[in-house]
Design a protein around this ligand. Sequence first.
Ligand code: AMP
Ligand code: TRP
Length: 357
Amino acid sequence: MPEAPNPEASDAGTTAAPPRVFSGIQPTADSFHLGNYLGALRQWVAMQDTHEAFYCVVDLHAITVEQDPAQLRRRTKVAAAQLFAMGVDPARATVFVQSHVPEHAELAWILGCLTGFGEAGRMTQFKDKSSKQGTSGTSVGLFTYPILQAADILLYTPEPVAGRPLRVPVGEDQRQHLELTRTLAQRFNHRFGETFVLPDAHIPEGAAKITDLQEPAAKMSKSASSPQGIIDVLEEPGPMRKKIMRAVTDTGTEVVYDEEKKAGVTNLLRIYSALEGTSIPDLEARYKGSGYGQFKKDLAQVVLDTFTPIRERTLKLLDDEEHLERLLAQGAGRASEVAVRTMETVRERVGFVGRGR
Ligand code: AMP
Ligand code: TRP
């Protein structure tokens, strides 16, 4: 595993440190779904090979809408277990729970003081979510959610700032939050001196938007999709197969990619292509003349082959809570080392008096 960057070593000219990757996911469901997996989590696993990786289960973000405490605790563990089960390797990647590292909330406060009210109000995800929650259900936390996300990312600014990128794998829907993060980093740097790297969004092509199996025009989403429209990573094989067989296709019989006229088939082709690593034209050729039935049956098998081992490993990890907690404590320790150092610099630059020793 790559050594944590050592500023002295870097100053001495040994700047072979790899780029960093940071990403986060909310523990707000009993299972991740296929959209999360293809749009984001699969990249997490791949990127740990070439990056110094920090992956965070963002429980502070989760409470921007009401959560049941026992359920939140359970879902946080289930989220972490799924990450390990998908192949995030605790020996190489730092996996941790956001609330274990209080610097996230502290930096969010400071960045919030650099964010315009109107600027935050233009975030489309806030506008969508708040219109669903209604005025009384919309918390100030939901409004400042993207600022906390910016803090998450910028805390892990690599040292030295120059020459080491910070990449953030997310789905397409997070692009605007990444733009805000870059704007805030730039603003801070401009006002207080070079402190933060400008992070890059790393948005997978093709699989970036997986749609609902029943409503192929809408994003597959835990809040909006019906149970029939969403495939959970931890779902039992029987129901999983059934959902794919019953996915809405379109009139006609040909398996061809056409976003407008064949949104359902197009979504299934994207899923198939991303999971199997076969190009869409190759899949179209394979299923030429064979109709939807065989196509769906084969796709169901590909999905099952991907998720069954992940489900089994997740359940096993959840069986040994102490072990899981130890892994998360170790992750929090490593994340803290970086976060504490970043905050020391930030506090000094902003003009806070040091506490002394
Ligand atoms: P969420 O489930 O909305 O908290 O999203 C968690 C991560 O999964 C984010 O990086 C999203 O961009 C990504 N994601 C969520 N739903 C989808 C989807 N239907 N297709 C692709 N990526 C998604
Ligand atoms: N807002 C992200 C989502 O809904 C979750 C998130 C929080 C995140 N902090 C982050 C993603 C930092 C990337 C980096 O998916």
